[in-house]
Design a protein around this ligand. Sequence first.
Ligand code: CMC
Length: 375
Amino acid sequence: MAYSPGLEGVVVKESEICLIDVENSKIYYRGYDLEELAEKSTFEEAAYLLIYGRLPKASELAEFKRLLASMRRPPDHVISIMRSAPRSAEPIDVLRTAVSAMALGEDLSDRSREAELRRGLAVMAAMPYVAANWDRIRRGLDVVDPPADGQAEYFLKVLRGGEPTPLQIRAMDVMMVVYAEHSMNNSSFTAVSVASTLSDMYAALTAALASLKGPLHGGANVDAARMIEEIGSPERVERWVDSALASGRRIPGFGHRIYKRGPDPRLKVLRRLAEALAKESGDSRPYEVARRLEEYVHSKLSGKGIFANTDLYASVIFKYLGLPTDLNLPAFAMSRVAGWIAHVLEYRARNRLIRPTEKYVGPVGLRYIPLAERR
Ligand code: CMC
């Protein structure tokens, strides 16, 4: 039996959701070029496409947005749990706990596609409420639930109060489109793996959130933001990178299991967006630090197949949007949830329990020594 460390190159399922064409530096959601979707669509449109398999008609999109808006406020017991959490709790942990708690009190015996889809959409709708209101709760403010046109605008309104600019809303929407899906990454695999046991959608999404948190996966967008803050200005990039590499540290926002021959295709879109936000804000330093990092790390590590990944510029964009650094991860999660739901539903349609194997390399036939005789 073949052994592939990190399951590199192992095909887990057949899928019609996302194609990563590394050779041509393209990503397709259900056949549509992600670059075009990022330019022309919204998160709700992309999420509909990923989950239902086709672009919505205008009336369907309006209905979908109405449905999400009607489900944003999670059940009262979830809000009570948020209120009782220690103020020091990590936002991603609060989000994971809230999603898990959404299952409480619901009859979960119906595992039909319709029931699981409804649960998935309830989680997707509630995520911006939970993430942004958690930030308010920990600052001693009460929860709010303002009207908003879509998930991106809603998140920014709750988080910052007041009205975000059109560019800020558009930037958040683009981030959410770009982060919504990326083939069989660790969190999508985790969601599918849990769903394959016929556990419920809440359980699958809770597990996916636990996976996303790790610094080798989604957590890199928090670490990248901290790195950019710590570096502070572009002239300090080289010294910082040299010293990090000399001490054997990995540079967050760089490297990818899939993109070893060239940069992530999403980078172009995000670089442009970060630049536009830098101009609007009047403070170009975070953007320039990221640019310089990209160039310098490229000169040092591209020979090893290490290029910038999306988390580098995502962290800059989120900074310009005013997110506290640790909200970067929930912002990623409330986008990727669309992909998780799509993968769970797709796998369930032809479900087979995921149960890999391992190669035992330990000893056999050891003699059992009674406890009193062990030294
Ligand atoms: N900085 C410095 N060296 C690196 C980096 C990095 N960011 N990434 C990989 N390397 C080196 C690594 O040390 C190893 O070197 P050597 O062969 O000398 O031991 C070599 O490159 C191969 O690394 P690997 O861990 O075998 O590669 P992988 O395909 O398993 O790792 C990765 C992919 C994303 C875990 C890794 O690149 C990494 O840790 N990056 C930093 C964290 C990060 O930005 N993660 C977000 C990735 S975006 C994808 C997602 O969210 O799913």
